[in-house]
Design a protein around this ligand. Structure first.
Ligand code: G3P
Length: 217
C-alpha cells in the first residue's frame, strides 16, 4: 500500500519524504486554508519536494469552471493530480481530463455506487472518506472492502485512495483489505513509527552499550 501524506505543510512533507515513507501528497481546500498561502505557489513548492502524485482540488462546481481550474492546476507541474468532487459535473470533468491524459482524484466518495461511477468516468484515484463515515456510526472500512471487491469484479484500474484516515487501525485495516493508497495526516504517519517495545529495547541497548565503554569510530 502506498502512503500519501494529507497535508499542505511543506515542513511535514519534507520530513516524511526524507524518511522515504511517502509516495505522494493530497491537499484539499481546508488544508490550503490552514497553510494560508496562494494555492499555485503552494502546490508548486510541494511538487518540488516530491515527484510523487500531488492532488490539488478544484474550487468550483460548474463544469466549465472545473475544467478551467483543473487545467491551471495541471500546468503547475507534471505530477499534479486534479482533485474533483463526486458530483455529476465532477464525473464529467473527470472523463474529459482522463481523455486528455491527465490524472484525476475523485473525492468526497461515501458509497460503493459512487466509487463505481468514478471508475467508469476513468478516475485515476477515488477517495472514500473512512473517518467521516465512522463519525456517522457507519463503518468506513466496510466501504473500502466493498469498493475493493467491486473494482476487482470488473477489473477497474482506478486506485482506491483511502482518505479521512484518522488512526493506526485504519491504516492496518486498509492495507489488509488491499486499498492501493492511504492518505494519512503527518502526525498519524509519525505515530505508527513508534512502538513501546522498540523504545524499551532501545533504552536497554543504549544502557548496555554505555557499560561497554566503547565507541564506534
Ligand atoms: O483530503 C480528504 C480527507 O483525507 C479529509 O480528511 O480528516 O478532514 O475527514 P478529514
Amino acid at each position: 500500500m502506498k502512503f500519501f501524506v494529507d497535508t499542505a505543510d511543506i515542513a511535514e512533507i519534507r520530513e516524511l519524504q526524507e524518511a522515504g515513507i511517502i509516495d505522494g501528497v493530497t491537499t484539499n481546500p481546508s488544508l490550503v486554508l490552514k497553510a494560508n498561502r496562494p494555492i499555485k505557489e503552494l502546490l508548486k513548492e510541494i511538487c518540488e519536494v516530491t515527484d510523487g502524485p500531488v492532488s490539488g482540488e478544484v474550487a468550483s462546481i460548474e463544469l466549465d469552471d472545473m475544467m478551467r481550474e483543473g487545467k491551471i492546476l495541471a500546468d503547475i507541474a507534471p505530477n499534479i493530480v486534479i482533485k474533483l468532487p463526486l458530483t455529476l459535473n465532477g464525473l464529467k470533468a473527470c472523463k474529459r481530463f482522463t481523455q486528455e491524459g491527465l490524472n484525476t482524484n475523485v473525492t468526497l466518495c461515501f458509497s460503493a455506487n459512487q466509487a463505481l461511477l468514478a471508475a467508469k468516468a476513468g478516475a485515476t484515484y477515488v477517495s472514500p472518506f473512512v473517518g467521516r463515515l465512522d463519525d456517522t456510526n457507519i463503518d468506513g472500512m466496510e466501504l473500502i472492502a466493498d469498493i475493493r471487491q467491486i473494482y476487482d469484479n470488473y477489473g477497474f484500474d482506478t486506485q482506491i485512495l483511502a482518505a479521512s484516515i484518522r488512526t493506526a487501525n485504519h491504516i492496518r485495516e486498509a492495507a489488509l483489505i488491499g486499498a492501493d493508497v492511504a492518505t494519512v495526516p503527518a502526525a498519524t504517519l509519525k505515530a505508527i513509527v513508534k512502538h513501546p517495545l522498540t523504545d524499551k529495547g532501545l533504552d536497554g541497548f543504549l544502557a548496555d552499550w554505555k557499560s561497554t565503554g566503547q565507541t564506534i569510530e
